[in-house]
Every structure is written in structure tokens, then in C-alpha cells.
Design a protein around this ligand. Structure first.
Ligand code: PLP
Length: 392
């Protein structure tokens, strides 16, 4: 009888417990070779030829990510964007794809720019509305439905199980950008998704010291083989050192995510309770939040470490006063770091509309918060003083 499957904590902490057979080292070495020896009989018995296509430096992190997601296999990429764009570049010009109106900004820009010029029929919809998705699907023509949940920067929640049902009924695949949820809180493949994407730059690595991406597949199908070719041919391959750092960062994923979730919930609750300087808190864990019921069903053990607050203006009312107050609040923080990105040990704050620019769905008074693993009282106290001094 097989032993009971390990909990995610045990998978992550030991990176699946692999021991190097030759040296008995319990931590994998860093493989840096760009090429592999061909056997005298002209064969490649190691199965590896050239490191743009594949690299043993990826094995540990890929195995851990695949195990955490409950997938067949994972593939590392040189960035989250390289992983995400591969999912679309594996399609053909003329194919119809659906993506959310509110989503990670750089990917949205790429879809509306490069991907559209290249011939993909890209349609952005209110993905979190089941009826809108069903109406937008074109059976036989829609090849891919892209979901991000919770989605930047409003933390819009989409029901993965329902989206998978709808996509599959129309003959489309479902891919989920699960960067914010992490494999600890949501397992999209078990809910019916075909592919999961992570910006491993964020929680999976967790230390703000590398750029990486990952895809995980439910099964080894034609699409996955095409994705392998896309990585090998376009060369969005991760470096050996980054892959090694990533397997190290993954070992504490569960501790970091748990701490971030607990603090995010505390911060959201604190500022949602009739705060004089905060007009609204956007967080899937708040009972009044639009996607809360779906989030409760598909997120286990927490609602993530990301939230946004909308700052109330001082003398001037409305979004205009709010924008100035939001920018001033970000300027006033001492402990939070004013920076983009998310999922690191340090808490980050950013005025999202300034990052996204024209056409952004982010309200002008919105601050995006990535909650790290500092003491939550210090984080709240710093935001309080920053908000108080931002009074216009
Ligand atoms: C950061 C991020 C990406 C892109 O990842 P990079 O590693 O920066 O290329 C994609 N989706 C989400 C949700 C992200 O936060």
C-alpha cells in the first residue's frame, strides 16, 4: 500500500526530500552546464541535449511546484510573463481567446498589442460573471479561457470550477494565473483547470530576489508538448542560479503564505471598520466583498496576502481628493516599502493607477498592498501614521 500523500508543508519544507545519489547531499547542486555529452554511439542517453530546452537545475523546483499543484508536470520559465505568453503562443493565428478585463496589467497589454497583431482574436470580458463568460464563448473557435483569481488589483474572484465547465463545454482549455492564491490556498487543476500559471517571482520564491515563471499541466497532452517547444524555441528559459534560489524559497512557502494571509485579514478588518481615512477595503476575505462566497469555496486556509485600500480625500471630496491622499499616504510610509511586485517577505505599497497608466481599471484613490511577514501591529501602525499625515 502506498503511504499517505504528504501534506503541502512537508512537500515544501524538504523539496520532496530528494537526496543526491552520488554525494548524499540533501540539498541539490547547481547545474550550470549549457550542453551535455553525446555518447560514442551518437545517442543522448541522459535525455538532455542543450540547456535552452531543459536543465537538471530545474528538476527540484519543477517537481515541488507540480506536487503542490497536484499536476502531472511543471515547467519553469524566465519570468511569469514568459510562462503566461507561452500559453497564447502555443495557439494559432485566428484562434479566439477570452481573458478578464481586470487582470495583471503587463499581460493585458501584451494580449491587446503583440498577441492581437500576431492574429489572436483576443476578447476581454467580465470573467467573474458566469453568464458573461458563457455568452462570450464561441464553441469550436475559442481555444483558451484565461482566468486570474484573485485578480490584480481589485482582487476580483472568479469561480474556477464553473469557468472550467463552461470552457470545456465549448471545447476550450482553461488556464489560471494563480500567482496570488498560491498552490496552498487554491488548487485550480483539481477544480478542472487544464494549466496553472505562476509568476514564481512572487510567493513561490518569496524573497524578491529573482524573476521566474512556472506552468503546471494536468496531463501530458499535445498542448503541453507544444508549450515545451515554445519554451525551447523562444528561449524563455530560466537561469540555473535562479532555479536553485527558487527551490530554496519554496521550502518556506507555507510559513510565509500563512503569515501573510493572517496579517492581510487583520489589516483588512482593521481598515474596513469605519476608518475615517479609508473609503473602501478590497479583500476576498471580507464578508461584504463581492467575491467572498466563491473565495470561501475555492480558497482554503486563507484569502491571500494581497489587498487594496481606497483612500478618502481630505479637503477635496471624491476620487480627485482621494488620489492626492493616496499618493501622499504612500509617500509617508516608513516600514512599508514603496515598490511594485508582491509576495516577498517585506510589505509593499503602491499607487496602482500610476503604475498602470492610461486605461487602467484601478481607481485613482487605490493603494495596492502586498502584506509581508513583519509583525502586523507594526504594519498597521505605519499605515495609520501615513494616512494621518496625508490629510489634505
Ligand atoms: C508579477 C505577475 C505576473 C508576471 O510575472 P513576472 O515574473 O513579473 O513576469 C503575472 N501575473 C501576476 C498575477 C503577477 O503578479
Amino acid at each position: 500500500m502506498d503511504p499517505k500523500p504528504l501534506h503541502p508543508e512537508s512537500i515544501a519544507a524538504q523539496a520532496l526530500g530528494h537526496v543526491d545519489e552520488r554525494t548524499r547531499a540533501i540539498i541539490p547542486p547547481i547545474h550550470v552546464s549549457s550542453t551535455y555529452l553525446r555518447d560514442p554511439d551518437n545517442q543522448y542517453r541522459s535525455g538532455r541535449v542543450y540547456a535552452r530546452a531543459d536543465n537538471p537545475a530545474f528538476d527540484a523546483a519543477e517537481a515541488v511546484i507540480a506536487a503542490l499543484e497536484g499536476g502531472h508536470q511543471a515547467m519553469l520559465f524566465s519570468s511569469g510573463m514568459a510562462a503566461a505568453t507561452a500559453c497564447f503562443q502555443a495557439l494559432s493565428p485566428g484562434d479566439h481567446v477570452l481573458a478578464p478585463k481586470v487582470m495583471y496589467w503587463s499581460l493585458r497589454n501584451w494580449l491587446m498589442g503583440f498577441a492581437t497583431q500576431w492574429g489572436l482574436q483576443v476578447e476581454l470580458i467580465d470573467m467573474h460573471e458566469p453568464a458573461v463568460l458563457r455568452a462570450a464563448l464561441k464553441p469550436g473557435r475559442t481555444k483558451l479561457v484565461w482566468v486570474e483569481t484573485p485578480a490584480n488589483p481589485l482582487w476580483t474572484v472568479t469561480d474556477i470550477e464553473d469557468a472550467a465547465r463552461a470552457a470545456h463545454a465549448a471545447g476550450a482549455r482553461l488556464a489560471v494565473d494563480s500567482t496570488v492564491a498560491t498552490p496552498l490556498l487554491t488548487r485550480p487543476l483539481a477544480l478542472g483547470a487544464d494549466v496553472v500559471m505562476h509568476a514564481a517571482t512572487k510567493y513561490l520564491n518569496g524573497h524578491s530576489d529573482l524573476i521566474a515563471g512556472a506552468l503546471v499541466t494536468r496531463e501530458d497532452d499535445d498542448y503541453w508538448q507544444t508549450l515545451r517547444r515554445v519554451r525551447a524555441q523562444l528561449g524563455g528559459t530560466l537561469g540555473s542560479f535562479e532555479a536553485w534560489l527558487l527551490q530554496r524559497g519554496l521550502r518556506t512557502l507555507h510559513l510565509r503564505v500563512r503569515a501573510a494571509c493572517e496579517s492581510a485579514m487583520t489589516i483588512a478588518t482593521h481598515f474596513a471598520a469605519n476608518h475615517a481615512r479609508v473609503a473602501e477595503v478590497l479583500y476576498p476575505g471580507l464578508p461584504g466583498f463581492a467575491g467572498h462566497e466563491v473565495a470561501k469555496r475555492q480558497m482554503q486556509g486563507g484569502f491571500g496576502g494581497m489587498l487594496s485600500i481606497r483612500v478618502r480625500g481630505g479637503s477635496k471630496d471624491g476620487a480627485e481628493g482621494g488620489e492626492a491622499a493616496a499618493i501622499a499616504t504612500a509617500a509617508n510610509v516608513r516600514l512599508w516599502k514603496r515598490a511594485t511586485s508582491l509576495g516577498g517577505t517585506e510589505s509593499l505599497i503602491e499607487h496602482r493607477a500610476s503604475v498602470e497608466g492610461a486605461g487602467t481599471p484601478a481607481p485613482a484613490d487605490l493603494l495596492r498592498l502586498s502584506v509581508g511577514i513583519e509583525h502586523v501591529d507594526d504594519l498597521i501602525a505605519d499605515l495609520e501614521q501615513a494616512l494621518a499625515r496625508a490629510r489634505g
